[in-house]
Structure formats: C-alpha cells, structure tokens
Design a protein around this ligand. Structure first.
Ligand code: GCB
Length: 568
C-alpha cells in the first residue's frame, strides 16, 4: 500500500551520497555490515572499497551523468550514506521516489527490501532497524536491462541508472493515515467518494472535511487486514456550489482526512472524464486534445529533474498552447502531475510496457500489476490525470499479449474507474484505408496510434486515409514526428533539416485534423532525448524528433505546432 507523503513534513536524505560501482558484483556478500574494520577482517573482501569513501554523487541523480566514465555503464552501483535520526515519531519509514532499476535496501547491515521497477515510489518501515545516530544506509542500485523486466531489453530511451528521485524519512504516530483516495463524479450533484487507509492498532474515529466548501463526512470502516483498516465516506454537494476543475479553470480544493492521532491533506479537484461515441468529455463537454509528448530528461541530469526543469517544461507547454501532455513512456516525477493540476493540463500517464515484454511470464505479470498499482495509487488524486496508458507498441500478434493486456486494462479500472484506459495500438493499411486492427482496441476507452507517415514509411499526411468511424472510440495520434538537427537548414525535402521537420508537421497536422474520429494529437516529441540506438551523424546518441534540442533551442517546427494550436 502506497505511503502518502505529499502533505507531510519529511526529513530529506537527498544530498551527497557515496557511489561504488561494482560491475563484477564482488562486494555482494557481507560488505554492507556496519563493522568498525569490516574490510580488513574479511579475507574475501580486500580493501578495495570503503562505504564512506566512494565516488561522491548527488541524490537525486543519475550516476552516468555525474561520472562520465560510467556514462554507458549498466550494472550494480552501491549507494551509501549515513544519517542520524532526528524525529520523535513512534514509527519511521524510509521512502524512495524512484530508483532505476532494482533497489536493494540495507540499513545497519539488515536487508529490508528489494524493489523492482525504475519509475515508481516505494517505502519500507525502519522503526526496528534504525538507531539514534550514525545509521548506515546502503542501497544496491542495479540498472542492468533484463529480458523479464518492464521495460525489457530494447527501448528508444536511455537507461539512466541511479537514485533518480528524492529519498525521505517519514515519522508517524503509532496509528496513522497511510493513504487517501478521493474519487469525484459530476452529475446534477458533485460527489467526492473518500477512502482512507489507517495503519495501526486503533483506527478510532476518522472523518473527512473540505474546508473550502464547508463540507464534512464521517468515514466508516469497511475492510481490514489486521494491520491496515480501510474506511470510506461520501460528500455530495450541489453542482452550483462547487467550482469544477477544467483546463480553462483548474480549481483545486483541499480534502482533509483526520483520525484521532493524525491528519493529512489531499489537494484535488472535482471533475469527470468520460467517453461518448468518439468524443472525450471533461465535465460532460467534449474536448479537443492539443497535446505534446515528452520524456523525463534534462541535459546533464538524466531523469532527476529540478524544480526549474519542471517550470521550463510547463512554460514550453503553455507557449505551444497545449491543454494535454503525454508523459511517455514510464511514470514521470509526481511533481509533474501536481503542477499539471495547477496549470490545467490534462495528462496521459503510462507504465513502461513497451515493445517486447515477456507477457506470458507470471512474475512479469505481477511486476506489471505492481507498476500499475504504484503509479495509480501515487496519482489517483490528481485531477489532471485523464488517461492511464497500459502499453506502447506491443506485438499485436502475440496470443499471450492479447490475453494479458485486457487483464491489465481491467486491473487499472479496478484500481481507478474514474479515468480512461488507453494504449498505443496497432493499425495498418487495408483495402478501405488505414484501420485499427489491434484486438486490444475493444478493451480500451481511448485508442492511441503512433504514426510516422512521411518519416519511416509513406508520405506525410497519409493518415488522411484513416477509416473514419465517428461512432468508434476516440483516437489520439499519440505520436507523429520527424527528425531534425537544430541549426541544420536546407530544403524541405532534405531529411534532418529544420525545414523538413516543419513541412512534415504542417502536412501531418492538417491530415490529422481532417479525420473526425481523431480527437487530437500528442506529437513526438517536445525535446530531443538520449537514445543509444540513434547514432548517425545527425543524431550521435540522441533521438532528434524534438521540437527543441536537448538544450532547449527551438526548431522551426515548434512554431508550426504553436500556430496550429493557437491560431488554427
Ligand atoms: C515510436 C516509439 C517511441 C520512439 C519513436 C521514434 O513509435 O513509441 O518510443 O521514440 O517511435 O522516434 O521512432
């Protein structure tokens, strides 16, 4: 169960850690014991490492971006730091925002946890393992790609290893509010259905309030596993009394959950997202998607975005006139969704079930569910999140895939049926034109298609021949794009020039606009991103389909998309 930290005071363990790369995994056994002279005592552990004296790295951060000699390294890097306990709470939890890809957590020589999956948060209680002073925290961070991972061996993005998001300590009372879910529905009335999970022996009386609306409701227990009790309650309001959340007016309210010993606040908004025919509705009104896709990456920092990076991204999004962002291809930092809530930007959030995944493997299925759960439980209170995307370009001919993906769509809905479920699906040419051929389509609310007509195949604008079915599900062109090297100028027919890319955008956007069933697009992509599969002289390790390069320099296509959105 997710540990809510967003409205709480935590103690940060960010800052300088020691990193010890261990390509042969020589240090695995015993070295993390906190002994005075551990290395000299152990003949099998020669004094070739020192837990207090590795390569200094900043956390959050990505190892290869900070230590250039390890740029393409994939494997184990031990991360260590010491800390004193400063709180007076009854219980103490250690929480990681994200570690890519597998994390093995040791405290004072005790193994506490292994977590797989590079983009979602996880936590562990350390109450019994922690001391007052000089705790030694060791995290084995392994970013080696694996056949049975999610993602698998091949991705078109860089495998930045490291503790890429913040590490925090959270002190709580014996019984505390572990997590909260606020689901909203909008009809003649507006309803907030509130669920709280109380962790500890005595849940006691729990109630929810919305101070901004003068509303309150008791929460009643409806389930318990002995350690954690789930309680639910509802607040129903007159529609006229509530300002709804909408991209044109992103009104947020605090929902407070108080128990006898604890209290947390969730900042959320009231809104509903639905599908009607081939339209996407926000609060009952159809909306046109003016989107853009982005990776989570900042030059020199990998995935460890700073608050300034986040400001910058939202400035570009506003400048383009977007109302929608696809956060591809894995969960981005939770700060993006919080900011999108404030800015009124709808989001597509995604788990990295990308290309070749071993869907038949039971452990992979469990990992898939885990990643969906960790993302959904983290962001289910964000009104900006409209779509959960369960997969991108997975092989539609795989029988196992066609059985497992619908199960994952159902699983996402079980966790949260107030959002729409999507995936980037397979479509192809037929005698009638381009058609959705993916058997997954019937299990989705919204269908994504990634089309590169005019780049990899065909001509820009070929999407015009899409077999338009205005009663079919809404379709988003979740990718379309062409490569251009910033500053490379030439003819519109010359690949890799800004002019080629700009012309591609003009033609593709017009064609997309002509298909009624397509409700909008999230072109590929806001800025160039690192990819080890892109090595030609124009690329040199980067996918160059960005509207900006990795340093934020705009290419000509930026203004083509801006004009399309702002001045149609
Ligand atoms: C795709 C993938 C995306 C790639 C892109 C490309 O279809 O979904 O991850 O980066 O194409 O540039 O080829």
């Amino acid at each position: 169960m997710y540990l809510h930290t967003e409205s709480r005071e935590t103690t940060t363990l960010d800052g300088t850690w020691q990193a010890i790369p261990d390509p042969y995994r020589s240090f695995q056994d015993g070295w993390f014991d906190d002994r005075d002279v551990p290395l000299l005592e152990d003949p099998h552990a020669p004094a070739d490492y020192d837990v207090d004296d590795g390569f200094p790295v900043e956390v959050p951060g990505c190892v290869g971006e900070q230590l250039p000699e390890f740029e393409y390294y994939e494997g184990m890097v031990w991360h260590t730091r010491r800390f004193d306990r400063e709180d007076n709470g009854n219980r103490l939890f250690l929480r990681f925002g994200a570690v890519n890809y597998e994390a093995d957590v040791w405290l004072n020589g005790e193994h506490l946890l292994t977590h797989e999956g590079g983009y979602t948060p996880f936590s562990v209680e350390i109450t019994d393992a922690v001391s007052r002073e000089d705790n030694l925290l060791v995290v084995g961070v392994d970013n080696e790609r694996r056949e049975d991972g999610i993602p698998g061996m091949q991705t078109d993005w860089f495998n930045f290893g490291g503790i890429s998001r913040s590490v925090d300590l959270l002190a709580t009372p014996e019984t505390f509010v572990r997590n909260v879910n606020v689901e909203t529905s909008v009809d003649e009335t507006v309803t907030a259905s509130i669920t709280a999970w109380i962790d500890g022996p005595e849940p006691g009386d729990v109630h929810a309030t919305i101070p901004g609306l003068g509303a309150e409701a008791p929460l009643e227990p409806d389930d318990s596993d002995g350690a954690v009790t789930r309680l639910t309650g509802e607040i129903t309001l007159d529609r006229d009394d509530v300002e709804l959340w909408h991209p044109d007016g992103p009104r947020l309210y605090d929902v407070c959950v108080e128990s006898e010993s604890d209290a947390v606040e969730v900042r959320t908004g009231f809104r509903a997202v639905d599908v009607e025919g081939s339209d996407i509705l926000v609060n009952g009104e159809s909306i046109e998607i003016r989107g853009i896709s982005m990776h989570e990456e900042a030059a020199g920092r990998g995935r460890a975005l700073t608050p300034g990076d986040i400001d910058q991204r939202f400035e570009w999004v506003a400048e383009l006139g977007c109302n929608f962002v696809r956060l591809a291809h894995y969960p981005h930092t939770a700060a993006m969704a919080r900011r999108a809530d404030e800015e009124g930007i709808l989001l597509w959030e995604e788990v990295p079930a990308y290309w070749d995944i071993d869907f038949g493997d039971k452990d992979v299925q469990a990992l898939y569910r885990q990643q969906l759960r960790e993302l959904i439980q983290r962001d289910w209170n964000r009104p900006s999140v409209a779509l959960w995307s369960i997969a991108n370009e997975t092989d539609p001919e795989g029988e196992v895939r066609n059985r497992v993906l619908p199960e994952m769509a159902s699983f996402a809905r079980e966790l949260d049926d107030t959002r729409l479920v999507t995936a980037a699906c397979w479509f192809d040419e037929t005698d009638d034109g381009l058609a959705l051929l993916d058997p997954l389509v019937e299990h989705l609310d919204v269908v994504g298609i990634n089309e590169y007509y005019g780049w990899y195949v065909g001509d820009a604008g070929d999407v015009r021949s899409f077999v338009d079915d205005p009663t079919g599900p809404p379709v988003i062109v979740s990718e379309t794009g062409a490569g251009a090297k910033w500053g490379n100028h030439g003819d519109e027919d010359d690949r890799w020039t800004e002019e080629f890319q700009a012309a591609y955008y003009r033609e593709s956007l017009e064609a997309i606009e002509s298909v009624e069933q397509i409700v909008g697009t999230t072109p590929w992509i806001l800025f160039d991103f690192k990819s080890p599969r892109r090595m030609n002289p124009h690329q040199r390790g980067y996918n160059r389909k960005g509207l900006l390069d990795e340093h934020g320099r705009k290419k000509r296509a930026f203004s083509v998309l801006r004009d399309h959105y702002c001045d149609p």
